[in-house]
Every structure is written in C-alpha cells, then in structure tokens.
Design a protein around this ligand. Structure first.
Ligand SMILES: *Cc1c(COP(=O)(O)O)cnc(C)c1O
Length: 355
C-alpha cells in the first residue's frame, strides 16, 4: 500500500547526547496514521507531523474502552545499524488483542511496512548512548461518534515514537514488590491476555497503593481463587527454585510477553530446566522457607530483566538472594540486551534490521 508523506514545516530539536530521556516524555517529528472504515478496510496510511488528533467527544473509545496497543523498541548498534527485536511477534499479538476486543485484524505485513517506513523517516531519533532506545507505540482505537454499545465501524491505527533512556542507570537494582490480596487485574474468560487499556485501568489502584507503601509494584494473583501467581505490573514473572526456572503458564489471564517467551527459549538453550505451570504463592513461600527460592525476576520490553529483591506476602517478608541480582537473571539480561544492541551474536535470528 502506498504511504503518503506530509513534510513537517518545523522539525524539533533532538535531545542532546547525555540529556536524560526518561520514558514516554519526548515524541519525534512524525507519526503514522491509518484509518479503518467498514466497507473500505484499512486505507490511506499517512506519515505526517506529530500533532494532536481531532476526535468527536462521542468517540466510542473514550466511553467503552475499545483500544489495543503494543510496545517495542528500535536499538542502535555499535556499528550504527538500527534493529528491532522480534517485531513480527508484536504485530501477531496486536491481532490477538484485536480479536478479543472485536477490532478488525490488521494484516501483519501492512503493519510492518508502516512501521519500517516511519522508522526510515525517523532514523536519526534512535539514540546512541548506552542503554537508550527508541520506544515504539502502535495502537488502535474505535472512533465512531456513537454512544450505543457495539463494536466500532471506524478505527485509527497510529504509531508514535519516543526516545527513551536507559532503564538502569547503574547496575540492575532489585525491586521490592508485594503480593496483592485484595484486587485482581484479570479473570478467566476476561481479557488479561490482550494488551488493552482496560487491563491497565484495572491495575492502577493496586499500583497506587503499592507506591504509597514504598513498593514498586504488586504481584497479581489469579482472579478466581487468589492463590496462583499471575504477573507483575507490565512484566511477566519468573522464579528459580532449586535450579529450575519456573513461570506461570499462559491460560488467558496473563499477558503473553515476548520477553517472557524469549527468556524461556534462552534458558532452554543453556540446558536449564524450564517449566510453565501453575505456581501458588504458598509454594513460593514454602520454597523460600526451605532455602530453595534462589531468584525471582520480571521480564518485559522496558527493563528486559528486573530482579526482585524483596517479596512481601501478608506479614511475611522474603529477601531473595540477599536482595542482589542472581546469576541466571544477570546472564539473561546480558544475553538479551546483548542481542538487542548487537553486542552478542543473534543465534536465534531474532533481530530485524531497519534499512
Ligand atoms: C506488555 C506487557 C508485558 C510484557 O510483554 P513484553 O512483550 O515482554 O514487553 C507483561 N505484562 C503486561 C500486562 C503487559 O502489558
């Protein structure tokens, strides 16, 4: 499909090397916008200056939350190439989310073509300092001006780009989290596996209370019995118990992370035993008491690997590996970030160059 290009009249000043980028504050010069209309399908993709969009106040997405999104990064390698990490997995997952939210499928090759064109235009925005990257946010939402409840007939697919700073400034600092006993984020049959705003809306209250108590996140339990471990904020969760790597199995209420999937593949390639299964919080507590809980870490695009140093369950405070990052967590971090930034050979064939 031909992608229209509308030139910006005043390009922004790019961040200075060394300037703190943070996350999600700075946006590049251009965005990609492609409408969908019933009868026409996805049509007229356009790369145009990043700017506010005009929406009817009756737009369905604003009232009933019919939205989906993705998150990935573009990395600049030492030899000045720009590459993506398993982007086809993101667009595949976008369509799984679309299906759950009754949003029309977006052909994955078309989504990829849109992204590649936008990245070619915005190449110079991919930062070059250690650990920095260009965060990519594709999203879709229903725009019909209608207050009745039904799936939309009109949508917008937009990609915006945001240069973002290194997640860790000095080494991988373990985080403290607690087990959420009151609220749940998703239930069996719900939309926990979809990357949609509603799941985040459901989780904000837990995160807010955690912050008030000086914890960085909550560990969610299943929404039915509140016994089995699900995930953490925007990360999947892993445990190393007596040498075995264990993570909750995907059964509809957990987001199928691409970092999760990749970490499993890397661990298996090292000959480690990896299990995807149900894990009760009681099992974790028992493993801790038996001295067998060796490591706990989260996985997600933002941090890649985030070691958990303190895990609190009710009144019980578990200090994992002396509140220091464990060997498997560190090795996974080094390997995966190494592949992403082109410092470690990509034997899995996961990276895709933006040419
Ligand atoms: C995006 C996300 C993750 C992590 O997925 P990655 O593909 O690894 O970035 C985990 N949990 C939730 C709720 C998410 O939205």
């Amino acid at each position: 499909m031909e992608i229209k290009f509308t030139k910006s009249e005043n390009l922004k000043k790019k961040p200075e090397p060394g300037q703190k980028l943070g996350f999600g504050n700075i946006f590049t010069d251009y965005m990609l916008v492609m409408p969908y209309d019933e009868g026409k399908g996805w049509h007229d993709p356009e790369i145009k200056p990043y700017a506010p969009i005009e929406l009817s106040p009756a737009s369905m997405c604003l009232h009933y939350g019919q939205t989906v999104f993705e998150g990935m990064k573009a990395y600049r390698t030492a030899d000045n190439k720009i590459q993506l990490f398993r982007p086809e997995e993101n667009f595949k997952r976008l369509n799984q989310s679309n299906e759950r939210l009754v949003i029309p499928q977006l052909p994955e090759e078309l989504a990829m073509e849109c992204l590649m064109e936008l990245l070619k235009v915005e190449k110079d925005w991919v930062p070059s300092n250690d650990g920095e990257s260009l965060y990519i946010r594709p999203f879709i939402f229903a725009v019909d001006p209608f207050l009745g409840v039904r799936p939309g007939n009109s949508y917008l697919f937009i990609i915006i780009l945001s240069p973002s700073g290194a997640y860790y400034e000095s080494g991988l600092n373990p985080v403290n989290i607690y087990v959420e006993n009151k609220y749940v984020r998703a239930v069996r049959g719900g939309m926990g596996y979809a990357k949609t705003g509603g799941n985040y809306a459901a989780s904000l209250i837990g995160q807010d209370e955690a912050h008030k108590q000086n914890f960085s996140q909550v560990l969610w339990l299943d929404g039915v019995e509140q016994k089995y471990i699900e995930e953490v904020g925007a990360m999947n969760i892993f445990f190393v118990i007596d040498g075995e790597v264990v993570t909750p199995m995907l059964q509809g209420s957990i987001l199928p992370g691409i970092t999760r999937k990749s970490a499993i593949e890397v661990c298996k390639s090292w000959g480690l035993k990896v299990s995807e299964r149900r894990i009760s919080i009681q099992e974790i507590s028992d493993a801790y008491d038996a001295g067998k809980l060796q490591e706990v870490f989260g996985t997600g695009t933002a941090a890649v690997i985030s070691p958990v140093g303190i895990l609190k369950w009710g009144d019980k405070l578990m200090e994992i590996n002396g509140n220091k990052i464990g060997d498997i967590s560190q090795k996974l971090y080094d390997t995966m970030t190494g592949i992403q930034w082109g410092k470690v050979e990509d034997t899995f064939n996961w990276t895709v160059e933006v040419k």
